[in-house]
Every structure is written in structure tokens, then in C-alpha cells.
Design a binder for this molecule. Structure first.
Ligand code: B12
Length: 466
């Protein structure tokens, strides 16, 4: 059968660095490989970079099935719109939605008359079963995954299907960027994260040989998207050894990991470091005190920070990461955070607002307190409930946190320092990035965006907690 897989173009990027972090739809490349293995014909269209409108693509491709990916809950409206456009073009096309957010919170898509089926969980087997059923003329129902896949049986992603978009994939200055998965899931239970609830708190690994094959098919800049990299000491050592044998070296690698893990195993970092010229680690710092980390159920305290940073910096890794700003922050919490940034010399860090993501237990617990249900605002840059501080004060302090980051052009790193780091042809893009990121430091930009439905605009000066 002919299957068209779509990564929809999100509605808008109000805040954050999203326009400068555009990576490939790896989930679609994985399910495409499985469909092809089962004898189907697959095409992937990344609508973020597509010049043709969807109806023209449908005309050219004449698919029997369209699969739409919904990775972030933010993407839900774009998914609904794409499904509607497919059915408007031809109601007989079977529309299947899937992806991380579709699995965590299918309620966001369930009411749509334009979606025939929602895949909950991993898609490799589910989509093949659905398409096979359709081919045989059966009603496929909703493919519901109860068991997690054995990744040894999952074929390596089909990278050729997105090669036409490859030049657009980027992470800030690094472009083009490929993504690679070596494992799925995380065994920790952080309150704000939706991953462990979808992958049932487990971590599973791809076969090392498959990772090597896939690694060799990726470009010079690589974002390893594993939810928790280096989680298995032995496997990680083995993988490093195997990749080092491959002779393929990268210009830049980015991984996401935990501070306690790095603090406990410097040898692992040593083993991985030779694989790239530049190697960044994105840490989930989350909070500046052990008490707050406990509240976030992070599973470690701040005592590990100094050791982890010492190891990472000594071995030449770039340290990046994120802190979570709780709407219940008092001014003293912000000041504690700033002192922590200073103490550990943390500049390449971001700040997001604690957001109960639909589909998490945390969301279920607090949903009655929330005032905003527009999913486009679940981008970790909007308030969904009233903060403890007056709203204006909250955003002033929030923006003051961003001003302490490396992105602040009025801070230590000026625009010309940035410009020196890129080739002359990349300067216009860099200028756009830096111009846009200054909005992260402007409280008025946030105030004009943050409107609560019951109470109107939240921007009035001195408006207090309710
Ligand atoms: C890469 C990534 C990004 C990339 C973007 C990737 C892209 N192409 O759009 C970047 C870095 C830009 C990014 C940004 C953000 N991200 Co993000 N991201 C990820 C990450 C780490 C990996 C995704 C991935 O490639 N997984 C690998 C593939 C193989 O898995 P998959 O996509 O889930 O696909 C499988 C199934 O879902 C299914 N499937 C997928 N599509 C389809 C379609 C059909 C039809 C079917 C049948 C099946 C199916 O089959 C696939 C194979 O099994 C995930 C973590 C995660 N585990 O999902 C977070 C994650 C999705 N991101 C998250 C968040 C919070 C964000 C940000 C809000 C963070 C921020 N601080 O701003 C921003 C939002 C950006 C924006 N404004 O749009 C949260 C999601 C929260 C939520 N529930 O909405 C996650 C889960 C991280 C977390 N720990 O909480 N992200």
C-alpha cells in the first residue's frame, strides 16, 4: 500500500528557541523502515520545510493511508488541521495519528472526525498491523500497544526519506544536524516529564550493531536524542568502543544526561569524548536546591553538581542545561537560583516554566487549578495558573534569569563574540537567532501573551496572587 507520513508545521513559535532547533522527524523514519520491510511504499513530507501545499502533495502521491506525527502536545492543533485537510481532499484516505504526545494524551485528538485511528505508543508494529488490516479489508480499530517493543527487532530508520530536508535541520549554530537514538525511555520518575509514563518507566536499547550502522549514516553534527544518555554503564562503554572502531568522527555531538550519572562515572565520559570535536551535554539541572529537586521527584540532590561539572569541564565537554521556574516561586527563590548560576558559572542554560503536561500524573493532580487549556500554550513559556508573585513581578524576575544566560547580548558575550564563531555566510541566520532570543529577556513580551480566560489580561501592575 502507499503510505504518506507527515510532520506537520506547528502553528507558531511564540517563545523559546524552537525555530532554531528544528530536527528531523526520527519517529517517522523508524516507522517508514518497518512499513518498507513489510513491503509497503512510503513517503515522508516534513511540512515545516515543504514548498508544496498539502493538497498538491496528496495529488502527487495518492496515498491510501496518511500517518501524522504529534510529538509535542503543542503540535496537536497542527495535527488536527492536517487531518482535516487530508479528509477534505479525499475522505476515503485512512488517517492515522501517532507520536509521543498522541500517546500521552490521545484526548487531544480523539474528538476529531478527521482522524480514523490513534496509535498509542511505539509505531513500528502498530502501523504495519493497521496497514496490513486495511489491505485485507478489515477494520483496523485503534492500534493499542500494551507491550513495549524489543528494539532488537526494530529496523534502523530510513534516513533517505528526509534527505531532501536535511540541510534545514539545525540546533542553533549547528546545521545541518542529524538525530540518533541509541535507547528509548528513562527509569526516573520526574514530576514534569511525560516520557516515563509513555515508556512505562523503562529503558530499552537498540542493538549496538544497529546503532553503529545508523551512526555511520548520520552527518557531522549529531544530536543523540536518548531521554537519558549513558544510563547503562556497561552498554555505554561497549557502544563507545564500537563507534570508535568505525573511524567516523563528528564535528559536534549533543547528548542529554543527568548530573549524578556523570559524577559517578568519569570513565564513561572519557571513553566518549574522542568521538567529536565539540561535545555538549545538556543537563536537566531543574533546580538550585535539593528541596526543590525533591519536590520535582528528580531522584538526586544538588550535592552532585560540583563534581559533575568538574568532570565534564575537565574532559572538555560543553555544559548546557535547563532550570524549571515554578509559578509558586517567591523573589527569594529567584535570588537563590541566580546565586547558584554564579557559583557554578552556568551561562549556557535556559529557563522554562513548570508545566503540567497533559497525560502526566502531575497534570491529573492539578488540572482543576489550571486556567488555560489552549494546548499551543503548553510550550513551557506560558503561565497556566496564577503565580504566587504578582504576574508582572514574576515575569520581570523570570526574564532577569534569562538575562544571566549567554544569550543576553548586553551581558558578557556580545554579538561580535558570537559572530566570530561562525562563517560569514552564517551571520544573517545568527543575527536572526540573537534578535529573537532577546524577547526571552523582555517581560512585556510575556505579559502581552499571558492572558487568563476568566480574569482577562494578567498584565495589570501589582496584580497579586488570588
Ligand atoms: C527531539 C526532541 C525535540 C526536538 C524537535 C523534534 C522534532 N522533530 O520536532 C526539539 C529539540 C526542537 C524539541 C523541542 C521541544 N521539546 Co522535545 N523532544 C525531543 C525528544 C528528545 C526526542 C523525540 C524523538 O525523536 N524521539 C525518537 C522517536 C523514534 O520517537 P517518537 O517520535 O516518539 O516516535 C515513535 C512513536 O511515538 C510512534 N510515532 C511517532 N509518530 C507517529 C505517527 C504515526 C502515524 C504512528 C502510527 C506512530 C508514530 O512511532 C515512533 C517509533 O516507535 C523527545 C523525548 C521523547 N522521548 O519523545 C522530547 C519531547 C517530545 N519534547 C518535549 C518538550 C517539552 C519540548 C519543548 C517544549 C521544550 C522546550 N523547553 O521548549 C520544545 C517544544 C518545541 C516547540 N515549540 O515546538 C517533551 C514533550 C512534552 C509534551 N508531552 O508535549 C518530550 C517528551 C521531552 C520530555 N522529557 O518531556 N524537542
Amino acid at each position: 500500500m502507499k503510505i504518506l507520513l507527515i510532520k506537520p508545521k506547528p502553528d507558531s513559535f511564540q517563545f523559546g528557541l524552537a525555530p532554531f532547533f528544528q530536527t528531523e522527524p526520527l519517529g517517522l523514519q523508524y516507522i517508514a523502515a518497518s512499513l518498507e520491510q513489510a513491503g509497503h511504499t512510503v513517503e515522508i513530507r516534513d511540512m515545516r520545510f515543504e514548498r508544496l501545499p498539502l493538497y498538491k502533495i496528496l495529488q502527487k502521491s495518492s496515498p491510501a493511508v496518511v500517518g501524522i506525527t504529534c510529538l509535542h502536545i503543542l503540535d496537536a492543533t497542527a495535527v488536527l488541521r492536517a487531518a482535516e485537510a487530508v479528509k477534505a481532499y479525499d475522505p476515503s484516505i485512512f488517517v492515522l495519528a501517532g507520536g509521543h504526545a498522541a500517546s500521552a494524551y490521545p484526548e487531544a485528538l480523539r474528538e476529531s472526525p478527521h482522524i480514523d485511528s490513534i496509535c498509542i505508543g511505539e509505531g513500528e508494529e502498530a502501523i504495519t498491523t493497521t496497514v496490513d488490516a486495511l489491505k485485507k479489508g478489515y477494520d483496523p480499530h485503534n492500534p493499542k500497544n500494551t507491550a513495549l517493543l524489543n528494539l532488537a527487532h526494530v529496523p534502523v530508520p530510513n534516513r533517505k526519506l528526509v534527505s531532501r530536508y536535511q540541510k534545514n535541520y539545525c540546533c542553533l549554530n549547528f546545521m545541518p544536524v542529524s538525530t540518533l537514538e541509541t535507547s528509548r525511555g528513562c527509569v526516573y520518575r520526574c514530576k514534569f516529564c511525560s516520557v516515563w509514563q509513555v515508556y512505562k518507566g523503562t529503558t530499552r536499547f537498540h542493538r549496538l550493531e544497529d546503532v553503529r550502522t545508523d551512526y555511520e549514516a548520520t552527518g557531522a553534527n549529531l544530536f543523540i536524542i536518548d531521554d537519558l544518555f549513558w544510563s547503562d554503564e556497561e552498554k555505554s562503554h561497549e557502544l563507545a568502543k564500537m563507534l570508535l572502531k568505525s573511524k567516523e568522527r563528528k564535528n559536534w555531538i549533543l547528548t542529554q544526561s543527568r548530573l549524578d550519572l556523570v559524577a559517578n562515572d568519569p570513565h564513561l565520559l572519557e571513553a566518549w569524548r574522542p568521538l567529536a570535536k565539540y561535545f555538549d551535554i545538556f543537563f536537566g539541572f531543574e533546580a538550585a536546591t535539593s528541596e526543590r529537586l525533591k519536590d520535582l521527584n528528580k531522584g538526586c540532590g544538588v550535592d552532585v553538581v560540583s563534581e559533575a561539572l568538574k568532570i565534564a569541564r575537565r574532559l572538555g565537554f560543553g555544559v548546557t542545561g535547563n532550570f524549571i521556574i515554578d509559578p509558586d516561586f517567591e523573589e527569594s527563590d529567584f535570588r537563590t537560583l541566580w546565586a547558584f548560576l554564579e557559583e557554578h558559572q552556568l551561562r549556557r542554560v535556559g529557563f522554562t516554566i513548570l508545566t503540567p503536561l497533559p497525560g502526566t500524573k502531575y497534570f491529573d493532580r492539578v488540572k482543576d487549578e489550571l486556567l488555560v487549556f489552549d494546548l499551543a500554550r503548553y510550550d513551557l513559556h506560558h503561565l497556566l495558573k496564577r503565580p504566587k508573585l504578582p504576574v508582572k513581578k514574576f515575569f520581570e524576575l523570570y526574564c532577569e534569569s534569562w538575562r544571566r544566560s549567554v544569550l543576553n547580548l548586553k551581558g558578557q558575550k556580545k554579538w561580535w563574540h558570537w559572530a566570530k564563531e561562525v562563517s560569514p555566510q552564517k551571520i544573517p541566520r545568527l543575527a536572526r537567532i540573537l534578535y529573537r532570543t532577546q524577547k526571552l529577556m523582555d517581560p512585556n513580551a510575556y505579559l502581552s501573551e499571558n492572558v487568563l480566560p476568566d480574569t482577562g489580561c494578567m498584565q495589570a501592575t501589582g496584580e497579586g496572587a488570588m
